[in-house]
Design a protein around this ligand. Structure first.
Ligand SMILES: [Zn+2]
Length: 86
């Protein structure tokens, strides 16, 4: 006996459907920042962005500003290929 549809369920990968939505009352994980957290990403995603998150756990929470900063830092690699400045 095997359950009808089981293999399509998420298996704990980082790409979760509701990624980005977080509970209320959570503050930004970046050290020194006390703004309310708006987005959550995995700690490994934060690596290499130049942001340092305190606390523990696999997920880190970013406030609006730090999320933007993180986005920007992850985008840099791709933008470098375009090089459309000037
Ligand atoms: Zn922050």
């Amino acid at each position: 006996m095997r359950p009808p549809q089981d293999s399509k369920r998420g298996r704990g990968l980082d790409g979760r459907l509701n990624m980005g939505k977080i509970e209320k009352g959570i503050t930004c994980s970046v050290s020194g920042c006390r703004s309310p957290g708006e987005r959550s990403i995995s700690r490994s995603q934060l690596a290499g962005s130049g942001l340092a998150a305190g606390g523990e756990g696999r997920r880190v929470y970013l406030c609006h500003d730090h999320y933007k900063a993180w986005k920007k830092s992850t985008k840099k690699d791709r933008d470098a290929e375009r090089a459309r400045w000037g």
